[in-house]
Design a protein around this ligand. Sequence first.
Ligand code: M6R
Length: 587
Amino acid sequence: MCSIIGYKGNEHASSVLVEGLRKMEYRGYDSVGIATIKSGKLLIRKGVGKVAEVNKSLRLDELPGNLGIGHTRWATHGGIVDSNAHPHLACKSTIAVVHNGIIENYNELKNELCRSGHEFKSETDSEVIAHLLEEYFEITGDIRLSMIFTCKRLQGSFAFVAMFNSSTLCGARYDEPLIIGVGNDDYFLSSDILGFLNYTDRAIFLDNRDIVILNDNDISFFNFDGDRVSRRMTQVAWELGDADKGKYSHFTLKEIHEQRYTIVKSMQQDKKNLEKFCDILTGGKNIYITGSGTSYHSALLAKQIFSKSKIHVETIMSSEFQYSSDMLDENSVLLAISQSGETADVIQSVKSAKTMGAKVISIVNIPTSSLARLSDSYLEVKCGPEIGVAATKSFTSQIALLYYVADIIGRKSNGILSSKDILVKAVIQVLELDSQIEGIADQLKHSKDVYILGRSLHFPICLEGALKIKELSYIHAEGMAAGELKHGPLALIDTNSIVIVLHPDDSTYGDTLSNIHTIKSRGAKIVGISNKKDALYDYQITIPTINESLYPLIEVIPLQLLAYHLSICNNGNPDYPRNLAKSVTVK
Ligand code: M6R
């Protein structure tokens, strides 16, 4: 959830670090800090706020030196205050550490270290790493041994970078990503390739339980048992770093508008990869799909898409997987969906599926992610970097790819391949509704509760629309299967309620119309998203007519735009909603 970065080379380290942190800020953005070394002395500046704000007030990028570490924080242990921001120093100020993850046994370690005389300055779990390194360095006088002994004591998940005043930079990872960028005369240690992609496209991906040590003229790798290991260098795609707002005021808006290209791009798959993926999928006796948040909504929709193609699948929310995974065995296939490929709940699900002998395939946006590397086969949605915390284009790319796969392996087609051109035109038409939707958002901005109703394929879109509204505008929103209204939630509907109805002229039209009448008679305001005009709606968002199965791909877009504009109307920051992070690497 946090981003960490280290740099050692000939450049002015603090400027490189600040730039890298800016690129990775989507991972967490409560506070930020930098430490560098100059003439054997550790210098540190850190504070609460986003990178640009803190840099403006503390001039992080003016710290001298060619070696340094940096961090943006997404608070888990301890409040959002300067003292909890990273880097954390050990007692003698000769070791500084930045950490991503959670140290589960930090309390026990802290008590032990306090008993040996260490003094803590923060409430974080991360600070124990700095003190443990100091403790073991005092005993052994050896950085490699201090790293090994420290890593062995830590329970939980972690990637950390430590800087010693002898100008040594070290890193270690366990269940959190840590990647080395290899430049001509310099090295980067980062939680994401975006942290260094401006400088180099050569990367080394550390494995779990790896330690890396960078001395003046040497880079060496060890595992937690102290054995030397070797790691291969790979070349990563430059386009992964193409993250620029362009003419848009926010990444989120840009990413919503990019759907005119991204949806169909997800269907451009390498033939061999696709075959392998489909073979594994069809080879499973039982197929399960898992994901979190938006990606779980893709899974829910996939269940319906696959069932229309006569393939039965079950969905399991990744955070609940551990409680229902007994069903999986060597005849099972688990399809994991994740934009980032780093979500802890998803990774955990995949690991337990593998221990049960199941095959694992995945749909990811980042081919270098942990999920892709854990999978027997994976497909990329290829929608480019998604920086906005809210998943938008990655969602429609995931579902387009799922339609595509279902149509290839299924007995009955959803028709996505024959409708590609119509689909692109329809997406463009919906995006042109942007300013109309901005006007509706202005009318609805003071709402306290929003309900989104739909049936069948539209139900997962109701859930996704509600998630977008909650996440971006902080307005309470609930997605519901329209038929469930009368079984309880109707009690909530009154003249203050806003009900958005996904109501295209398809097989769900008639039944949903009855629900609309019921709501209308209780005085609620109705926003209809439909291809058929109706005076019943207080506000109508008219979407084009397309193949009935494919509506989810276009009707989610007005909901994304509405959530975006509600955020702007309520003075939110749609790219960085409060309390959230893009890549949720904690459980
Ligand atoms: O990277 P993932 O797809 O695994 O992320 C899963 C969720 O954390 C993510 O979809 C989250 O729900 C989004 N912020 C929703 O907009």
